[in-house]
Ligand binder design. Structure first.
Ligand SMILES: NC(=O)c1ccc[n+]([C@@H]2O[C@H](COP(=O)([O-])OP(=O)(O)OC[C@H]3O[C@@H](n4cnc5c(N)ncnc54)[C@H](O)[C@@H]3O)[C@@H](O)[C@H]2O)c1
Length: 479
């Protein structure tokens, strides 16, 4: 039998080109639509805590540009006085600014609180917002340890407000396509998944320069970064994790180098350090961080070889799910290229995709720009990279390759599609459960917390020993 190549357009492209709207296809059945669709008069009042990079770019400028007809900012808060003032101008809003979160919460009437602070602080704002019965939209990871996770679960139970998890990767077009193939049962019942994620020497290294390098801030990359990947796995598999075993080490960054400096700008090792980053060439970083160092001493271009770094730079995790699916996962933080490899093994076949693998001949990208392109919302198809390739093969049959138009900007298009669902109640795939809630936020971080604990204690960790969340065979049984 001959292999097939399918060039795929999205349903939205289909609607655009034909004008045909599939009945109900754009209407979300998610919890968000009812939570956020009840605006009585005018615009939804939004306040944000954490006006850093993500707060300014996606939740600030992009939100105002694309959804300004629906929302208005009523308050901005950041512990850095200079950054919050700059952000007000940069986002282009006219609302009060605060360095004291409690004051903002007590004095400003709001419908939605957006939390985009350092990971280990999310719980504080989520819990306080929920205690006021306000809906809270939080960035990942929901939190960084099991005690805070339980506190958030309890706070949500008591609140009339809802917690919305900003799991944008789920909405990414390439990931939605994978979900569609899994749901179609083309490869039969899912048995195991391999996921290997490679961060390059720009994006991966950057985490060690920033606050993420200390586990008291990020909970390690098993929380900060892997929460995205663990959520994707939970969502694809449709079941809850029950047991986690992990290994991890810090072998490249931090104390491992023979030299170190204070931070890149005044560093005496500039000429010999292959990780030297000239922040002065990045205007936005200078305005956001360098101009405001005087308020909190935070150095955005801190040395990635500083002794105090205590997160892992290589991690591997085995996850067992309630429906018996098994996952093999790894995260690398100093790869020469940025990308991933996914393989789903089913009883009747296999589904796989990969991105960023340079020797495939089509993906020789400028590695230093990949992450900023991902954070940017503008289009990113290049002459050499036109497609995401998804290959499925049923046992005893030839493979079938599906080519999706290449899209990396805004996290594979996921940022915008997530906002469409949250703010407009629209989703092309209403049955795919894209909308993520407190349970999804919890199960993603509980894998990371269990993995960290497993590395520390050298034993498999049961998810049920961490909080009162009981793993379900079918994740969506009670929805
Ligand atoms: N979903 C995604 O794809 C994605 C992408 C980037 C960042 N993020 C998330 O967004 C969040 C922010 O990341 P970032 O890259 O913008 O970092 P950042 O360092 O640029 O911004 C964090 C901001 O939080 C402020 N802050 C820290 N502690 C605070 C406190 N106690 N009270 C008030 N403000 C406080 C800091 O001053 C800073 O302005 C993180 O949780 C991160 O995981 C998500």
């Amino acid at each position: 039998m001959k292999s097939k190549i399918i060039k795929e357009f999205t349903r939205r492209d289909f609607i655009k080109s034909t004008g045909v709207v599939l009945a109900g296809s754009m209407v979300s059945t998610s919890a968000f639509a009812s939570v956020l669709g009840e605006t009585k008069s005018g615009k939804r009042r939004v306040a944000m805590v954490g006006t850093g990079s993500r707060g300014n770019s996606l939740y600030g400028k992009f939100l105002m540009k694309e959804y300004g007809d629906l929302v208005e900012f009523v308050g901005l808060c950041d512990s850095n006085e200079g950054r919050v003032k700059y952000s007000k101008k940069n986002i282009g809003v006219n609302c009060p600014t605060f360095t004291d979160f409690d004051k903002m919460l007590d004095t400003v009437a709001m419908d939605l609180l957006i939390v985009t602070t350092v990971d280990a602080t999310h719980h504080e704002f989520i819990i306080k917002g929920l205690a006021k019965n306000i809906d809270v939209l939080t960035e990942k990871p929901m939190t960084t340890d099991e005690t805070k996770c339980q506190m958030i679960i309890d706070a949500e139970k008591k609140s009339k407000g809802k917690l919305i998890m900003a799991f944008n990767y789920r909405y990414g077009k390439v990931f939605t396509k994978l979900k569609e193939v899994i749901e179609s049962k083309e490869i039969g019942e899912l048995i195991s998944v391999d996921l290997h994620w490679y961060l390059n020497t720009y994006h991966g290294a950057d985490y060690f320069r920033r606050w993420h390098g200390l586990r008291k801030n990020s909970g390690t990359l098993l929380l900060h970064k892997s929460a995205h990947h663990f959520d994707l796995l939970n969502w694809f598999i449709g079941s809850d994790p029950v047991e986690v075993y992990a290994n991890g080490a810090l072998e490249k960054y931090g104390k491992n180098n023979s030299f170190r400096g204070t931070n890149c700008r005044p560093c005496v090792h500039k000429d010999k350090c292959s990780f030297y980053w000239d922040m002065t060439k990045d205007e936005e970083s200078m305005k956001l961080y360098a101009d405001n160092e005087k308020y909190d001493g935070y150095l955005r271009d801190n040395c990635l070889f500083r002794e105090e770094i205590d997160i892992y730079d290589k991690m591997s995790v085995l996850i067992k799910y309630a429906n018996n699916v098994e996952v093999t996962y790894s995260l690398t933080t100093y790869s020469p290229f940025e990308g991933y490899r996914f393989a789903f093994n089913g009883k009747d076949g296999r589904l796989e995709t990969e991105e960023g693998i340079p020797w495939r001949g089509k993906e020789n990208e400028d590695q230093s720009n990949i992450h900023s392109t991902e954070m940017n919302q503008s289009s990113h198809a290049t002459e050499t990279q036109k497609y995401h390739e998804i290959v499925s093969q049923r046992n005893f049959e030839d493979y079938k390759k599906t080519e999706l138009p290449y899209l990396r900007s805004g996290h594979w298009g996921g940022d915008k599609l997530m906002f469409d669902e949250i703010f407009r109640g629209q989703n092309e795939y209403p049955t795919f459960h894209h909308a993520a809630n407190v349970r999804d936020g919890s199960t993603a971080v509980l894998i990371g917390i269990a993995a960290r604990k497993s590395i520390e204690e050298g034993r498999p960790i049961k998810i049920a020993e961490l909080t009162d969340l009981v793993p379900q065979v079918n994740k969506w049984k009670n929805i």
